[in-house]
Design a protein around this ligand. Structure first.
Ligand code: CUA
Length: 327
């Protein structure tokens, strides 16, 4: 899908449908009242002057009308809100999302093996069922908002908030950080990939595997560059570098154990399989990866990623190709 949808007006799940109705009904009621008031105003300005009884107007248009309209809207929205999916961590699939300046860490726990998958900036969910997202932040307050799937929910350091997402239609839905969180708030996007149960299971199985070994000398050179540049100080490639084993310990408690060890950069074990890099900033391919590694500050000023200044051109190309092949 080329244009990921990010609109309240194009809901893709039951909760978003209800929120979309709120938007339309509130807009419709507001528009109707606005037009009525403007029409009365026009009549008052252009019509023949007629004596009016001010008390009748104040009682009718000033008190009774707003009271009836606002009470009706309140009653309707309260009734409709009660039909939203409850925010329960007891959903059959629970995913942990930690917001960081300025990206998203996403963790899955495989029920069968108990192993954990750590990825970034992309949440895969199966269609047709409610999925619980346990949300927290490791630095400042962020907010997760995928308008096509549900409303927004703040992500607060030291607390776990919950949001249930439920997609009925397979597709890619764009989301955005909805709480100002610093210099790169605008480039803190994420994508929810909703796919069939089989596609989701296959995706999770692939993500559980360690990084693909380089299949030729060029890619091996890229992997060596990753090690030599000490990219592993912030990034993990499972089976190559990074804090192996620690992830399992931190994630034992699942959603409750969200506030795990500090992790500075995204896990790159399967970075090539993700749609975007730098939290929705660029599509993933070797060209954008090379540009990002060479000068991340030109693309996303203030991001925690330093430039790989002493990397020669050939090694940079090899490193970008190696990361791209980590599907
Ligand atoms: Cu994170 Cu705005």
């Amino acid at each position: 899908m080329n244009v990921p949808s990010q609109s309240v007006l194009h809901p893709a799940g039951p909760d978003a449908v209800i929120i979309g109705q709120f938007a339309w009904v509130m807009f419709g009621a507001g528009a109707l009242i606005f037009i009525t008031v403007m029409a009365l105003l026009a009549l008052g300005v252009r019509g023949r002057p007629r004596p009016v009884r001010p008390m009748r107007w104040i009682a009718g248009a000033g008190i009774a009308f707003p009271a009836v309209v606002l009470s009706a809207l309140l009653a309707w929205s309260t009734w409709r809100s009660a039909q939203l999916t409850p925010q329960s961590s007891q959903q059959s699939l629970a995913i942990s999302v930690t917001a960081k300046m300025w990206w998203w860490e996403v963790r899955y726990r495989d029920k069968a093996s108990g192993r954990e998958v750590i990825t970034a900036n992309e949440i895969h969910i199966p269609v047709g069922r409610a999925v619980y997202l346990g949300l927290t932040s490791s630095d400042v307050i962020h907010s997760l908002w995928v308008p096509a799937l549900n409303g927004k929910r703040d992500m607060v350091p030291g607390r776990v908030t919950g949001l249930t997402v439920h997609a009925d239609t397979p597709g890619v839905y764009r989301g955005q950080c909805a709480e100002y969180c610093g210099e790169q708030h605008a480039r803190m996007a994420l994508h929810v990939v909703a796919e069939t149960e089989q596609e989701f299971d296959a995706w999770l199985a692939r993500q559980l595997e360690p990084a693909a070994p380089p299949r030729d000398a060029f890619l091996a050179r890229g992997r060596q560059a990753f090690i030599d540049q000490r990219c592993g100080a912030c990034h993990t490639i499972r089976g190559v570098t990074g804090v192996t084993g620690v992830a399992g310990v931190a994630g034992v408690a699942g959603v409750a154990g969200l506030v795990g060890e500090p992790r500075l950069g995204p896990d790159l074990t399967h970075v090539g399989s993700r749609l975007h890099i730098a939290a929705g900033t660029l599509r993933t391919h070797r060209g954008t990866l090379a540009g990002w590694i060479a000068d991340p500050q030109a693309i996303k000023p203030g991001a925690r990623m330093p430039a790989a200044a002493d990397l020669d051109g050939e090694s940079l190309r090899a490193l970008a190709a190696y990361l791209e092949h980590l599907k």
